[in-house]
Design a protein around this ligand. Structure first.
Ligand SMILES: [Zn+2]
Length: 74
């Protein structure tokens, strides 16, 4: 019972804390970019922690944290 209650509370808390403009069901910390091509891949769409290669030019993409997770809430 206790575990079930905790999970329910966690779920309720997460649904009450929507991400601005992002997929509300998953937390994204940022995205991988290829600045040459302007390609962008969400970290959620990348398997593992390694930077993916740009689908257009094959260069390793650069990870950038999303603005919302840098700690400044201004
Ligand atoms: Zn590229």
């Amino acid at each position: 019972m206790g575990v079930l209650t905790t999970v329910k509370e966690m779920f309720a808390a997460s649904t009450q804390n929507p991400n601005r403009g992002e997929d509300p069901t998953r937390e994204s910390e940022g995205a991988y970019w290829c600045h040459d091509c302007g390609e962008r891949v969400l970290d959620l769409d990348v398997d593992g922690d390694d930077a993916p290669e740009c689908s257009s030019c094959g260069e390793e993409m650069t990870f950038e944290r999303s603005v919302g997770s840098t700690g400044c809430a201004c």
